[in-house]
Design a protein around this ligand. Structure first.
Ligand SMILES: Nc1nc2c(ncn2[C@@H]2O[C@H](COP(=O)(O)OP(=O)(O)O)[C@@H](O)[C@H]2O)c(=O)[nH]1
Ligand SMILES: [Mg+2]
Length: 233
């Protein structure tokens, strides 16, 4: 018997009117119903000036407004408000395969895992990652290997599937980065914790809808510095 029934999907958003609808619509709600999984969708919105909030609301999502800047800040505010036993994350720009999350959730349950991160490099869609991004990712993945002895193919993937109670076994959420390093930091914390079963699984990345919100070069560099700083802490 499957005792876990509530899933929270959390999406950070800032002016994602082009991608938010497609992202939410791609979730296989029929599968959720069939399995009696409750679905809660939350957007943590950085006060978008476009139709992001209206579209999300029309598709049944809860809106949390977080005006403080940052990708990590959005998750730090949104995650504690999620009521599900299992949390699924990802960008709201239609790049992540939300149509597969039911498969990933089932794998988490069947294999009794606590944390799954998805490897986008397994299936890179046409135009989904620029050469610059690809190169930056490779450096960050290497830094993770050297500094933390962690073999993760895709340290920057933003799609994770995890049990909310795993958060009790790692550093407090408020200690995480407010920026882009949040993504690799949650992997470091989950993979390094002794009593957490974490796994990286093959996934996919599609080309983006709407404009990118992060500065790839300066954010990448900040990210690398953060990895060193955290290691020396
Ligand atoms: N709430 C909030 N969301 C953000 C912020 N910065 C980025 N996002 C969202 O976080 C996700 C990742 O940003 P994105 O531009 O796709 O970065 P990339 O995938 O690394 O190129 C997207 O869904 C953005 O809308 C922010 O400061 N606040
Ligand atoms: Mg993105």
């Amino acid at each position: 018997m499957n005792i876990i029934t509530k899933i929270s999907v959390i999406l950070p958003t800032i002016n994602e009117e082009k991608g938010i609808g497609k992202t939410i619509d791609s979730i296989n709600r029929d599968y959720f119903k069939k399995n009696k999984w409750d679905l809660e969708i939350i957007i943590v919105d950085g006060d978008s000036k476009d139709k992001t909030q209206t579209i999300a609301k029309s598709k049944g999502a809860k809106i949390i407004v977080e005006k403080r800047k940052g990708y990590g800040r959005a998750y730090k505010t949104g995650i504690p408000k999620a009521t599900g036993d299992i949390i699924v994350t990802g960008d709201a720009d239609a790049t992540y395969p939300f149509e597969r999350i039911h498969i990933y959730i089932k794998q988490l349950i069947d294999e009794n895992l606590d944390f799954i991160t998805t490897d986008r490099f397994a299936e890179l869609g046409h135009g989904s990652m620029s050469v610059k991004h690809y190169f930056g990712n490779t450096i960050l993945d290497l830094a993770l290997r050297i500094l933390y002895f962690l073999k993760i193919n895709d340290s920057q993937s933003g799609m994770w599937i995890f049990r909310k109670n795993a958060l009790n076994k790692i550093q407090p959420l408020e200690d995480f980065s407010n920026g882009m390093p949040f993504s690799e930091e949650i992997k470091i914390e989950m993979f390094k914790a002794k009593n957490i079963k974490a796994k990286e699984i093959p996934s996919a990345l599609y080309a983006r809808e709407g404009d990118v919100k992060l500065e790839s070069f300066s954010d990448g560099l900040k990210n690398l510095k953060y990895l060193f700083k955290k290691r020396l802490r």
